[in-house]
Design a protein around this ligand. Structure first.
Ligand code: SAM
Length: 282
């Protein structure tokens, strides 16, 4: 396992994923009934943007580093939960500490909600335990994501948000992602599943999207943010999220938020944000 998220924390893909995750948390908390977040690829939860890893790539400067200036009021209202978590982590102002998905989820959860933060990398799992096990709402596991979803679904609350955010660094990881999503949906049909995928000059996105079309669940939304042209060996040109059982009206929020983020984060005229239904709700 070579992938370490500390090199990429706060980049354009994290901005998309985390701004959307924050909106999803707001929707989940609309009903009093408790829910459970299962973060199947949790990373370490908190990142130091002044650290060696973030400094080596500087990726955050093209992501969260570009968000300092405010957007218009409608966009700012939608970004508020994401911005509030970042502000809480940087009480003296500035931007040094950046939240990963488990930190964001915990900070936007209520006392009755629960988080399972799962991370296969042994060192990262220890970092998660150190940071989060003291919160009684959080459990940390260190399993392969597919095994974790098999073991933990359906959640006892029967309400849940499942984040599938693999690094796609090993062969057939896109196929594995589709497979674990299919198993997950079969175990927990009403769960909100979020799958992150890269937009690159390869077939990963097509494989994921074809698999999701085949699963065929109504209410499956696709959100993509592209910052530049994709070219061979060119790395990440953007990223996408497929959201199964997308909450009501999330599509309209993201139609406002994602193009605004894309315009800000895109290079030259390349910034493009798109929201569309893979399968419309019934
Ligand atoms: C993109 S990062 C996660 C970032 C995190 N979700 C966030 O948004 O802050 C992917 C993580 O998955 C972990 N990972 C890789 N293969 C895994 C597997 N088979 N099962 C669980 N975790 C895995 C990596 O160690 C890495 O920390």
């Amino acid at each position: 396992m070579n992938y370490r998220h500390a090199y990429h924390a706060g980049n354009h893909a994290d901005v998309l994923k985390h701004a959307v995750l924050a909106r999803l948390m707001v929707h989940m908390a609309k009903k009093d009934k408790p829910f459970r977040v299962i973060d199947a690829h949790a990373g370490i939860g908190l990142y130091d943007l002044s650290g060696i890893e973030a400094g080596k790539t500087g990726e955050w400067e093209g992501g969260v580093g570009k968000l300092a200036d405010p957007f218009d009021a409608e966009v700012e209202a939608l970004l508020t939960p994401y911005r509030e978590v970042i502000a809480a982590l940087n009480p003296a102002g500035g931007l040094r500490h950046y939240p990963g998905s488990p930190e964001l989820a915990l900070r936007l959860m209520r006392p009755q909600d629960r988080l399972i933060a799962n991370e296969l990398h042994p060192q990262d799992a220890i970092a998660l335990e150190r940071e989060y096990l003291r919160d009684p709402r959080c459990d940390v596991t260190s399993m392969d994501a597919e095994t974790c979803l098999k073991a933990k679904l359906p959640p006892p609350e029967r309400r849940g948000l499942i984040l599938i955010d693999p690094p796609y660094e090993v062969k057939n990881e896109a196929e594995k992602t589709v497979r674990m999503l299919g198993h997950g949906i079969r175990r927990f049909l009403q769960g909100v599943f979020v799958v992150w995928y890269p937009l690159k000059a390869d077939a990963t996105a097509e494989t994921i999207l074809a698999g999701i079309r085949e699963i065929g669940l109504p209410g499956t939304l696709k959100v993509e943010l592209r910052v530049r042209e994709a070219f061979g060996a060119g790395g990440l040109a953007g990223s996408g999220l497929a959201i199964l059982n997308a909450p009501w009206k999330l599509d309209r929020e993201l139609e406002i938020l994602v193009p605004a983020l894309a315009q800000r984060l895109g290079l030259g005229n390349w910034g493009k944000g798109e929201v569309s239904w893979i399968n419309k709700p019934t």
